[in-house]
Design a protein around this ligand. Sequence first.
Ligand code: NAD
Length: 511
Amino acid sequence: MTTTTAADVLSLELSEKVLARLATLGAAVPVGTGVPTRSPLSGGTLFELAATDAAGVAAAVQRAAAAQRDWRMVPAPQRGAVVRRLGELLREHKDTLADIVTVETGKIVSEARGEVQEMIDICEYAVGLSRQLWGRTIASERPGHRLSESWHPIGVVGVISAFNFPVAVWAWNTAVALVCGDSVVWKPSELAPLSALGSAALLERALVESGHSPDISQVVLGDRAVGEALVDDSSVALVSATGSVRMGREVGPRVAARFGRTLLELGGNNAAVITPSADLKLVTTGVVFAAAGTAGQRCTSLRRLIVHRSVKEQVLAKLTAAYSRLPIGDPFDSGTLVGPLISAKAGDAFRAAVEAAVGQGGEVLAGGNLVAVDGLSGVFAMPTIVDMPEQAGIVLEETFAPILYVLTYDDFDEAIALNNAVSQGLSAAVFTRDQQEAERFIADDGADTGIANVNIGTSGAEIGGAFGGEKETGGGRESGSDSWKAYMRRSTNTVNYSSALPLAQGVTFLS
Ligand code: NAD
């Protein structure tokens, strides 16, 4: 006889909650085998979805490729109108979709709604972009010639996303790819397929309502094997993959082997430098949100605090006091600031990292343990601060949990060197009121990261800027600025409107 546990009862409640939300969004739920859906609130399985097999992935790519042949001929502002409609639907269903994100990822309600808001923001950005896909005219060296460049849709974009931003990453890619004239095949994280089904249903509605083929957007479900099938499909022109460095190390060479393009958004190991002139009020809020927010499960989460010796005691006193008051608990409760880790495995990684840090001579100043939360059976980590004697070993790794390592510096050059002496290069911040230090931090010899901030934390980027990082973070840029260029192919065009045919570089031939 099997006994029903409290976790089972909670899983059942959560299943009902997500199924009701998916129905509101008009999403079909492909029940089957291969993709068990889980919630970090209960730590248990909700129900199982059907995984897409290799033939199913190939068929989805072919459907997307066929639909893209028509889509690329739709004027970009009209493509923008579809994205505008998607944005409206997301606005209308913001809380419904956010609830699914909370069930699947354990994100607190405010952050889950923030994630959907980010989807709405990128839609609005992409609508404007749809009227600004420009090319240049360049001075030609030949008389009667015009030299220019034009940008064209690249084709099918494969989007592979991570669990921690289960829907925003798709929206960053998809809103921009759609106005660029591409179609999209999405392989969401196997840890968060339900919010993907909900989001894709809203896009399907926007496409159909505007008289376009729903095939422009495809979703394939499953684990890395499904991702690999997408990666190896030569009809996928661009693979935009977000996840761990390990994943990028595998995906990058596979796509390169078939001369496809990649946009890689991989792990980070982000630092903030706290200088003697820093405004400590900003430091406390900025550091605590960046390090403990989303339970340390953002690619931009703050993991290293590089603090000047003269203010170290003061800074740590403020931070440990703030950490002692952080409410850990049910992400659906409005008072909670720290929800669960994604899985028991993530809990093990948290424990192992704290142990390793202590083994390296680290002193735990706050947190350090997993905690139980009444009524929930997921894995909760106490936001943790560890004072480290040096930057080595575990400090060089990204542990996807709320652990902040403290390092001490005496000289600003040393702080920049510490910031840069890791293999990842996503985000960095300096807290200072000294203009020379602020400028130096973002100068050529400053932080070597894709994002470098002054007087704000490392996380919580706006969509208007290009998002991504250097070194093992993968080098990709998505979202704002000119990231759209990654989703298009560039054609250089020379038009001769004279009646002579002069060759470039003064070469003579048949003349
Ligand atoms: P993960 O690497 O385990 O999985 C990410 C996605 O890649 C999943 O959909 C997974 O199924 C797929 N995948 C894994 N191996 C694959 C392979 N060999 N071929 C094809 N697909 C494969 O990452 P995760 O645990 O879901 O997410 C956490 C990681 O993502 C962290 O390292 C975090 O820093 C990173 N991340 C980076 C960004 C960014 O923008 N730089 C954003 C969010 C998350």
